[in-house]
Design a protein around this ligand. Structure first.
Ligand code: 3H9
Length: 677
């Protein structure tokens, strides 16, 4: 057996799972476990299942979920455990997730090391537990707690697991095996959860748990909640087969396949960031700038266990942050950052301001300290040129609000060395963020794609759509809010300043919509001024169509001689998605983005593009080729300069570079279909 070894501790058989890196359940492991359980002889009085390495079992290998599942499947392995005449104990250290937790629930006892973390992440993958998780959790914990665990996907630590009853005992790691063997011996006989009745729950508590998780839930979460409830009403055998049927149906759904795609896309990005060299240890993070961004970064870093030193020349700003963060070290002089292993700037977005800051920082920090700028669009190569040691400098681009938005772009300047990149990647991971690599280029990756999204949205309004119509068309795709509501929320003035700055270098042939300029000139800077694309009368949070904005839009059309036409939602979505695709292709061609899937990660993590779609590129990769060509043609016609690369589409051809990008993200069956054409 490759992944399971059997050793005897006197009369108890110990099955050790060893399937690096995280003991995930693939076909080999299931086969080996099945065989090892079957090999328990008549002289064995109990069995212990334990993990080698850090984790017990991190769940099923989800790369197997794209095709037909291979026997023996996990329910069959659990059936063997349940049908053994002797007790089986799960000895859990590290993670027991998904199928790993289900395996443990199939055992007669569960004992955890203090490092144990248990959870059902299935709903985040568009499925529900498929090996009895809902059925056995309901019987062990009661319906409300089972709903909470299954629907929230949260991980519980050893103490909470003990309190809930998921674990019978928690012991120091070094005692885990011995105590598990004792437990296997001391259990009087089988104690199968499937034979237990569901603990009585107050109906109000059940309804509360349902209500808590059903709001805004994806369909698979609702099915998971429904299955927990159902499993309390019918016998375990029937519940197990119904759960499995739902699991199978959801597993092959488009949404689940897209979520698996994003899971591996994030891992691919993380792997690329890690590189091959070891990072420098970072214990203290210095943050320069105590504004909104700096304060949020300080919170994020301190939450991840770093010592944080916050620098600002403004004592009032420092005091504001320190007031909300007891224990934070602050400094009014750059010298106070001397002990930092990493310094991140969150100062004003201006080349000279940042250069001066880093020049000063370099005079104080140790030679091995790493420096990172959190610029959104300044040229990092240019910034690095004024440094004495540019090799230890790179970009860490956080997205608003940085303590909640998971995306970080890690930007390598021409001079950034491997150790610096690895150190920044390590910090991104420690912060629990999703990192993607990016090269130097206007707006890096995410903002660059978003810029074309917004540009196209403005074209559509100039041609006749209303802002609310464009927003609604994108909300229908699954976005929480549309581009104009976002613009009003974040303020129109930042983009306005940027347009003014780049005006001298703008290609005069490029189509330019001046409606946002007119809105800004009229003092309509978004929600903060009570008016932008929408009106916000009496401090309303949601914008309402506003006659003054309508007038500005109509005047702008009239000035350009544009007769408004009616545009349907399909055209809105097609043109916006095609524009994002063009931006993505340019990013790939210029090398600013390394993988097409990084772009889907950036948009889903950073801009809340619906994960269920897999991201804009994955979504388009599922379209029929003719529809992609039609969308690109429409984008091209909207501006022949901005979307020049779509020109072949006007002749009925899919541009080669577009095909290459879509192929990278397409589901396998699409690849094969395209290849066989
Ligand atoms: C399930 O169990 C359904 C059941 O109900 C159904 C029963 C019938 N599959 O993240 P890392 C790879 S659903 C495939 O870098 P970390 C990962 O790609 C499943 N591969 O390490 C990477 O490979 P590479 C429920 C997986 O220490 C390597 O392992 N389980 C899987 O930062 C290391 O991963 C989950 O949802 C997997 N399940 O984090 C757990 N897991 O080096 C998903 C890992 O080639 N996994 N890999 O890029 C995780 O959350 C994290 O990987 C984990 C480790 C926390 C475990």
């Amino acid at each position: 057996m490759e992944t399971v070894s059997i050793t005897m501790v006197e009369d108890v058989a110990v099955l050790t799972i060893d399937n690096p890196p995280v003991n995930m359940g693939n076909a080999t492991l299931r086969r080996d476990l099945y065989d090892a359980l079957g090999a328990a002889g008549p002289d064995v009085v109990g069995v212990v299942i334990i993990g080698a390495g850090r984790h017990f079992y991190a769940g099923s290998d989800i790369s197997e979920f794209d095709g037909p599942l291979i026997d023996p499947q996990l329910p069959a392995v659990i059936e063997v455990i349940e049908s053994l005449p002797v007790p089986v104990v799960a000895a859990i250290s590290g993670l027991a997730l998904g199928g790993g937790l289900e395996l443990a629930l199939g055992c007669d006892g569960r004992i955890g090391a203090t490092s144990a973390r248990l959870g059902f992440p299935e709903v985040t993958l568009g499925i529900l537990p498929g090996a009895g998780g809902t059925v056995r959790a309901a019987r062990l914990l009661g319906v409300p707690t089972a709903i909470d665990l299954v629907a929230s996907a949260r991980q519980v630590d050893a103490d909470e697991a003990l309190e809930l009853g998921l674990l019978d005992h928690v012991v120091p790691a070094e005692d885990l095996l011995a105590r598990a063997v004792d437990l296997a011996r001391s259990l009087a006989g089988k104690s199968r959860l499937r034979d237990r009745s569901v603990p009585h729950a107050n109906p109000e508590q059940v309804e509360e748990a349902v209500a808590r998780h059903a709001r805004k839930a994806r369909p698979n979460v609702l099915e998971a909640v429904g299955m927990v409830r159902r499993s309390a009403e019918v016998d375990a055998g029937l519940a197990l087969s119904e759960e499995r049927a739902i699991f199978e149906r959801l597993r092959v759904s488009e949404e689940a396949a897209n979520l698996r795609y994003l899971f591996f896309a994030k891992r691919a990005a993380a792997k690329a960031l890690r590189g091959k060299v070891a990072p420098r240890p970072v214990r203290t993070v210095g943050i320069a700038g105590a504004g909104t961004m700096g304060a949020a970064l300080a919170r994020a870093c301190s939450g991840a266990g770093y010592r944080v030193v916050l620098f600002d020349t403004n004592p009032a700003a420092l005091a504001r942050v320190a007031g909300a963060m007891p224990g934070l070290t602050t400094t009014e002089t750059v010298g106070g950052l001397a002990g930092a292993d990493l310094v991140v700037d969150a100062v004003f977005e201006d080349m000279d301001v940042k250069r001066d800051l880093f020049a000063e920082v370099e005079r104080h920090v140790a030679p091995g300290a790493v420096l990172a700028t959190n610029t959104s669009y300044l040229d990092i190569n240019e910034m690095s040129r004024s440094l004495e040691y540019p090799r230890r400098f790179g970009g860490l681009h956080f997205f608003n609000p940085p303590d909640r938005n998971p995306l970080v772009e890690l930007i390598r300047a021409e001079t950034t060395d491997d150790v610096t990149a690895a150190t920044l990647a390590d910090v991104v991971k420690a912060l629990g963020k999703t990192g993607i690599p990016a090269g130097v280029g206007d707006g890096f990756v995410a903002n660059r794609v978003y810029a074309d999204y917004r540009t196209q949205a403005e074209f559509l309004v100039e041609e006749g759509a209303t802002p609310e119509q464009v927003d609604a068309a994108m909300v229908q795709l699954g976005l929480a809010i549309g581009p104009f509501a976002v613009a009003d929320m974040s303020g129109l003035d930042i983009a306005w300043a940027r347009r003014k700055r780049i005006a001298p270098t703008r290609d005069p042939l490029q189509r330019y919509v001046d409606i946002p300029d007119r809105l800004c000139e009229a003092g309509r800077l978004g929600r903060k001024t009570g008016a932008g694309w929408y009106g916000y009368p009496d401090g309303a949070r949601r914008g309402l169509p506003d006659p003054d904005a309508v007038r500005i839009i109509e005047e702008a059309r009239a000035t350009k001689g544009i007769a408004a036409r009616s545009i349907d939602d399909g055209e809105i979505r097609a043109r916006i998605l095609a524009s994002m695709l063009c931006a993505a292709v340019q990013l790939m061609e210029s090398g600013v983005a390394q993988r097409a899937s990084d772009i889907d990660v950036a948009l889903t993590e950073g801009f809340a593009f619906p994960r269920a779609t897999g991201g804009p590129l994955r979504l388009l990769s599922r379209w029929e080729e003719d529809d992609v060509i039609a969308a690109l043609t429409a984008a091209y016609r909207s501006c022949r300069v901005t979307f020049a690369l779509a020109e072949p589409a006007t002749r009925g051809e899919l541009p080669q570079a577009v095909r290459a990008v879509l192929r990278q993200v397409a589901p396998h069956e699409m690849f094969e279909r395209a290849a066989s054409r």
